[in-house]
Design a protein around this ligand. Structure first.
Ligand code: NDP
Length: 333
């Protein structure tokens, strides 16, 4: 029997937390490779927090996934057939080919990667979009100087783990915020941060003040909500905040208001929101520098691997709850 393409479609838009019923898994024919096209078998699918935003209909910096369409997502896979002059069968490519086993590309949205430099899955994490996000947000928008204190939330995750390691390379004190003792121990013992505060222990303000005796000069925000409010009250005059993500609010049904903007004003803090794709020059530079650092073991990362596309919806919801430890991936092949 001919091989089938398995796909995960958006079945309905969630209100608040998504459930598996918001997704539909279907079988389709493997597409035919036409002139100018490339046929790819995906080996890995990346699950990322931004996908929750794509499930909503509202206006954002990117268009929503249409009901009945394949869920959007970063992938790494192998070229099975190419009728495009820049690609040939047997190459590995990273792209945004969605939650499916096979996909066609026009060649515009894929680029060749080298599986001998780092493992294929790393092109979706430390040497992929999350790594480039960490690089741009920290070095371009926070601009940390040696001796300063850098704090990052969701510190054990795909983006946060790289932020702290890069901050250490800049000669900074790196302090993470993460959920639970196991994640905090990993951040300090394996990633080399100076300290990590467990926000679930219920003493975030006092523990952060102890971990940051000279205050906070740079804050890389991944979480929002109470965490952001607490960190802002400890920011030094003329500190810089890279506003990268607000995951604690992605499933909220009521808007949340906090008092941190007073701290921004009196301390003349510079806050910069950014989307990693704003600056593709930085993105390319980041990937070019991160590859050798990861290959040499100077930047470390951790992955949570879910087996099989059918388990992707459950793994995605788990990641939004913090059940992932490091980059959340789905192994397809
Ligand atoms: P992670 O690998 O860090 O996974 C998400 C983590 O968020 C969870 O493991 C959990 O860790 C933490 N989390 C979930 N809910 C809460 C909560 N209520 N309070 C505090 N922490 C919570 O994801 P990424 O590294 O891929 O993404 C991190 C952030 O960066 C996200 O906000 C994402 O949207 C953003 N992002 C932005 C980009 C941009 O261009 N601006 C590009 C890429 C990512 P824990 O157990 O420690 O709570």
């Amino acid at each position: 029997m001919a091989e089938k393409n398995l796909q995960v479609l958006l079945a309905s838009r969630p209100t608040g937390w998504p459930s598996e019923s918001n997704f539909r898994i279907v079988e389709a024919d493997v597409p035919e490779c036409g002139p100018g096209e490339v046929l790819i078998r995906n080996h890995w699918l990346s699950l990322d927090p931004y996908m929750r935003g794509r499930m909503n209909a509202g206006k954002s910096y990117a268009a929503p996934v249409e009901i009945g369409a394949v869920m959007t997502g970063g992938t790494v896979g192998e070229v099975l057939e190419s009728k495009h002059p820049r690609f040939k069968a047997g190459q590995y490519v990273v792209g945004r080919l969605g939650w499916q086993l096979f996909a066609l590309s026009s060649g515009e949205d894929i680029s060749v990667v080298d599986p001998k430099l780092v493992p294929l899955s790393a092109y979706l994490g430390a040497v992929g979009m999350p790594g480039a996000t960490a690089w741009s947000g920290l070095l371009e928008y926070c601009q940390p100087r040696a001796g300063e204190t850098v704090v990052v939330s969701a510190a054990s995750g795909a983006v946060g783990s790289i932020v702290g390691q890069l901050a250490k390379m800049q000669g900074c004190r790196a302090v993470g915020i993460a959920g639970g003792p196991a994640k905090c121990a990993y951040v300090v013992d394996e990633l080399g941060f100076d300290a990590c505060v467990d926000y679930k222990a219920g003493r975030l303000h006092d523990d952060l003040r102890t971990a940051c005796p000279d205050g906070i000069d740079c804050y890389f925000e991944n979480v929002g909500g109470v965490t952001m409010d607490t960190v802002f009250r400890l920011l030094n005059p003329f500190s810089r905040v890279a506003l990268c993500g607000l995951i604690s609010e992605y499933n909220a049904t009521e808007p949340q208001a906090f008092t941190m903007m007073r701290a921004v004003l009196v301390n003349r803090v510079r806050v910069q929101g950014f989307i990693v794709s704003d600056r593709m020059d930085l993105y390319q530079r980041a990937i070019a520098r991160l590859g050798p650092l990861v290959a040499a073991g100077r930047i470390r990362y951790r992955e949570t691997v879910t087996e099989g596309l059918r388990n992707a919806p459950g793994a995605f919801i788990g990641m939004l709850r913090g059940e992932n430890f490091g980059k959340q991936l789905v192994k397809l092949a």
